[in-house]
Design a protein around this ligand. Structure first.
Ligand SMILES: [Zn+2]
Ligand SMILES: [Zn+2]
Ligand SMILES: [Zn+2]
Length: 262
């Protein structure tokens, strides 16, 4: 079906990452994806929507607002078949096109989106109050008194720190945001510990590092590694570079038998 299919291990369904960046690096093409998304012209067998609605060439060109037929056809042809599928009835997004649309939606939203204040859960290390901040699309919960869980590996006081899409903050209190971030982190960790990248589904590489001169106490970070934990696990996807580095105690929280036991 796809004549451009390549044998290279790094190609993504016939398009290399470099080619995918090049194809999408154009305003008209991203507009085509936006218009198809808005119109609900999606790939058949979406999770809850198996519609096969499509948009005709002329209607799509009108909605994207390009007068030049040839120029529009050139840009549309670049998106087919990887991001847009052409059918007998018209055009719709492919699975890859939907993924692009969802990525744009998840990083868009209010630039001033924020959540601030204290949560009702106390610090698991010292029992002091825990405060939430949102900066650079990172949602961080930090102890207001102690150095937190990660020592030098994270900003002072950090207990939980992860990227969080701005739309996810809408209508959420600090406690709601904490619950949402915990679920997202646990799902990522569960996937990673099974050797599956949550972003691109590639295999995940796990390594363990141990501090040979560890001397931390409950009151003091280790002088050698600057953290309270002797062993850290790193889970890394070499395909899309998604990675997490966490104390092994937290890594095993992503294993189904541990979750079941708890
Ligand atoms: Zn604390
Ligand atoms: Zn150490
Ligand atoms: Zn990946």
């Amino acid at each position: 079906m796809d004549e451009t299919q390549s044998a290279s291990a790094t190609t993504l369904g016939g398009v290399s990452p470099e080619e995918a960046f090049a194809i999408l690096g154009d305003e008209t093409r991203l507009n085509i994806i936006r218009v198809l998304w808005r119109a609900g012209a999606l790939h058949a067998y979406d999770d809850i929507d198996d519609s096969t609605s499509t948009i005709s060439f002329s209607e799509l060109r009108r909605r994207v607002d390009v007068d030049d037929n040839g120029r529009f056809n050139y840009h549309l042809s670049k998106l087919v078949p990887h991001f847009v599928r052409k059918t007998a009835d018209g055009y719709r997004l492919s699975g890859g096109g939907k993924r692009i649309a969802r990525t744009v939606i998840s990083i868009a939203g209010d630039h001033d989106a924020t959540v601030a204040g204290e949560v009702s859960t106390d610090c698991p290390v010292c029992g002091a109050a825990v405060a939430v901040t949102y900066e650079d699309q990172w949602l961080r919960f930090a102890c207001t008194e102690c150095p937190g869980l990660f020592g030098d590996a994270a900003p002072d006081g950090t207990l939980l720190n992860a990227p969080f899409p701005p739309p996810g903050l809408a209508g959420r209190t600090p406690d709601d945001a904490l619950r949402a971030e915990l679920y997202r982190c646990m799902l990522d960790l569960t996937c990673l510990m099974q050797g599956v990248c949550p972003e691109c589904a590639s295999a995940v590489r796990g390594t363990l590092s141990v501090c040979d001169d560890h001397d931390a106490t409950p009151e003091r970070l280790c002088g050698a590694c600057g953290t309270p934990f002797v062993a850290w696990g790193e889970l890394r996807c070499d395909t899309c570079r998604f990675a997490k580095r966490l104390p092994v105690e937290l890594c095993v929280m992503g294993l189904a038998p541990v979750i079941g036991f708890l």
